[in-house]
Design a protein around this ligand. Structure first.
Ligand SMILES: Cc1cc2nc3c(=O)[nH]c(=O)nc-3n(C[C@H](O)[C@H](O)[C@H](O)COP(=O)(O)O)c2cc1C
Length: 238
């Protein structure tokens, strides 16, 4: 947005400059020079990695498991919302998308997790212990076009699903603005922010305003999420 305003100001200055000329041919040459200046400026800011777009990338159990009979899920069980689309983190991501108009991206592993809570817990625990980087099945095309990434995840074992670290490792995220959001049980954010921060390149700018939404409150948290997005967008100057 700031880049667009800057380019418009540059174009207006250039047009004023052209307006001062006398001859038609002089004006054409000056207009060409002015538009080249604007193009050069646009290219140089893109070359710096300022793609200007925002991505919402998130991991949710619902997109990383297979449920044979969704109609048999006990909707009152604590983990049921995580097994049915969009999942808790997926729902928060959809509200962020509604407010920002940004691109949505679901991080998915190649080898799906079990839809049985205990089995999923066991595998997640093993992956944590091994500092694993599960292979991913989905990939972002043209990451350079994004300068801001909202990165969402559930708290898994007091930290993050290791697939979030696989995602971070896959791309060059140097210099990007990172905004974290999380859904969790009674453990809150626990060590998740530290684990993700440690994995990101040092020159990323990570907002300290991290959103954490307690699992049973997710469905009724839309207003809170939208208010948080507005704070973040203000912080980012969008
Ligand atoms: C494998 C696994 C491990 C979890 N570990 C924790 C934890 O350590 N602390 C916590 O507060 N919640 C934990 N949870 C609960 C999730 O963070 C919570 O249900 C979240 O809302 C799930 O989001 P989702 O529906 O997008 O997957 C765990 C859930 C799973 C499936």
């Amino acid at each position: 947005m700031k880049r667009r305003l800057f380019l418009m100001a540059l174009l207006m200055m250039a047009l004023m400059f052209v307006g001062c000329g006398n001859q038609d041919s002089e004006q054409v040459t000056e207009l060409e020079t002015a538009s080249e200046m604007v193009e050069d400026s646009a290219e140089s800011s893109l070359a710096e990695g300022d793609g200007g777009k925002t991505l919402i990338a998130y991991f949710t159990w619902a997109d990383n498991t297979y449920v044979e009979n969704p109609e048999e899920i006990d909707v009152d069980a604590t983990s049921s919302a995580s097994l049915l689309n969009p999942g808790n983190v997926g729902l928060i991501a959809s509200w962020i998308q509604e407010e920002t108009g940004a691109d949505l991206f679901s991080i998915q592993v190649e080898e799906l997790y079990s839809s049985d809570y205990d089995e999923c817990l066991d595998r997640a625990s093993e992956e944590n212990a091994q500092d694993a980087r599960p292979a991913l099945a989905t990939h972002v095309e043209n990451m350079e076009q994004y300068d801001t990434i909202y990165l969402g995840y559930p708290n898994w074992w007091y930290s993050t699903p290791m697939a979030i670290l696989s995602f971070i490792d896959e791309y060059n995220l140097e210099g990007k603005q990172i905004v974290l959001f999380c859904s969790h049980g009674t453990g809150g954010l626990a060590g998740s922010v530290e684990a993700i921060t440690d994995e990101l390149p040092e020159n990323c700018s990570i907002s300290e305003n991290v959103l954490g939404v307690y699992r049973p409150e997710v469905a009724s948290s839309k207003d809170r999420v939208l208010a948080w997005v507005q704070e973040i967008e203000q912080e980012l100057g969008n």
